[in-house]
Design a protein around this ligand. Structure first.
Ligand SMILES: [Zn+2]
Length: 427
């Protein structure tokens, strides 16, 4: 593969340092030379992409991804999609994420046991285009908890969105099966959710014995535990058992914040606040008026989440964008909204929001020394963006402004300029 040389670009390197003009050479799948000057660079036989002043930044990481959520309005609407259609859906969504600039995604649960694993494997083997992907298990829950969608007269596991467990032994069995399938992480629903009124956000029904059994298996195989944890008690339960990826963390108290801060070099929080925002402000077409959402507890949770997440950000706890896109009210494709929400509601600067999506993205992908920044030797996951995301983060969710996407040194979205030979149009 010939080298690729991006010239005349404004480099926003993801580390938080101010952008500078220069050039970037990609050799194979690595960034090999980051030049800090606009002086002409010897191209050799590299394919030259003249950025014409566009921004070159690291590919972004979606920290809380559900490829298999199919833009339905209910958990059952996701779960009851037949398997064959569901596999194709995941492949389609994976391609969309990559082309939108998400070169890495952290799976946060899938709707059927092997959907995430199969999607990841197909991406890694080159069968389908998609981001670097960490595959999750289904959500593991307890009867009556978030994700238990079985009906009294249809108690069959296939009808359930999540996997129900009733003891430490059942937990071990479920976790071992997912580990056998090859997941990168096991997802535990430690708290409920206001989306499911029978098990709202404040509930935490999984026992410590069950969580401990899960994490013992996870550690034994060198994998990772992740948690749906909205309440302060569930966040503390996650931390108590060594779960480092915490989804939501809407409610906090001083103790949970202190515990998070004490582990801030290990812990990631991916709150997925878009779903809270959407339920309160945008879900009326699906029958969820503001009054109904408020009655479900969303206003209370939104207010608490903003306070909690601002406190986490102030304390230097890594809060990452992404989360719970794939419902009717938060359809796939809007994911970069999170960066704007972080600035508008959580006290981030635009630079901090970008750093969360890039540098911290490499960290949550467990490749902190080679992913998430425009640096010599790093993996060549790069975006060419029309305009300045620091001045207007919304350009990151406009497909037309994402001029090119490179993953692992290969273009997933080709820059238009590359289609035109330098000497002009072909006859
Ligand atoms: Zn989620």
């Amino acid at each position: 593969m010939a080298d690729v040389l991006f010239t005349n670009v404004r480099i926003l390197d993801g580390t938080g340092q101010n952008p500078y003009s220069g050039s970037v050479r990609v050799q194979g799948n690595r960034i090999r030379q980051v030049g800090r000057s606009l002086a002409p660079v010897a191209a050799g036989d590299a394919a030259v992409i003249d950025g014409a002043g566009a921004t070159l930044m690291p590919g972004m990481c979606e920290a809380h991804t559900h490829f298999s959520w199919n833009d339905a309005a209910t958990l059952a609407g996701i779960q009851t999609m037949p398997l064959e259609e569901h596999v194709l859906w995941c492949a389609k969504v994976a391609k969309r994420y990559l082309e939108a600039g998400w070169t890495s995604c952290v799976g946060a649960a899938c709707a059927k046991p092997r959907l995430d694993v199969v999607t990841r494997n197909a991406i890694d083997s080159g069968q389908i285009p998609g981001p670097r992907y960490l595959a999750a298990s289904q959500e593991i829950t307890v009867p009556g908890g978030l994700g238990d969608e079985t009906l009294p007269h249809l108690p069959f596991p296939e009808f359930s969105f999540g996997v129900n467990v009733n003891s430490a032994d059942e937990m071990r069995k479920a976790v071992r099966l997912f580990l056998k399938y090859g997941v990168d992480s096991i997802k535990l629903n430690l708290s409920g959710d206001n989306f499911t009124p029978q098990a709202p956000a404040g509930t935490a029904w999984m026992t410590d014995a069950e969580v401990a059994a899960a994490m013992e298996e996870v550690r034994m195989r060198g994998k990772r535990g992740t948690a749906h944890a909205r309440s302060a008690a569930s966040v503390k339960q996650a931390l108590r058992h060594g779960i480092d990826v915490i989804y939501h963390a809407s409610y906090s108290d001083t103790e949970s914040l202190d515990l998070l801060e004490a582990k801030k070099d290990r812990v990631f929080v991916a709150p997925g606040i878009a779903i809270l925002y959407a339920m309160l402000n945008e879900a009326e077409p699906w029958g969820i008026t503001k009054a109904k959402a408020t009655a479900m507890g969303y206003q209370h949770e939104w207010d608490a989440a903003l306070e909690s997440l601002r406190a986490m950000h102030r304390r230097g706890i890594r809060v990452l964008p992404g989360g719970d896109y794939g419902f009717a009210f938060t359809p796939h494709g809007q994911n970069a909204r999170d960066l704007e929400f972080f600035v508008k509601y959580l006290g981030f600067t635009p630079m901090e929001a970008i750093r969360s999506a890039t540098l911290y993205g490499g960290q949550i992908m467990m490749r902190p020394d080679e992913l998430g920044a425009v640096k010599d030797g790093y993996l060549a996951d790069l975006l060419l963006v029309d305009g300045d995301p620091l001045a207007d983060l919304s350009i990151l969710r406009d497909p037309k402004r994402i001029l090119a996407v490179m993953k692992d040194g290969a273009f997933a979205k080709h820059p238009e300029v590359a289609a035109r030979p330098a000497w002009g149009r072909a006859a």
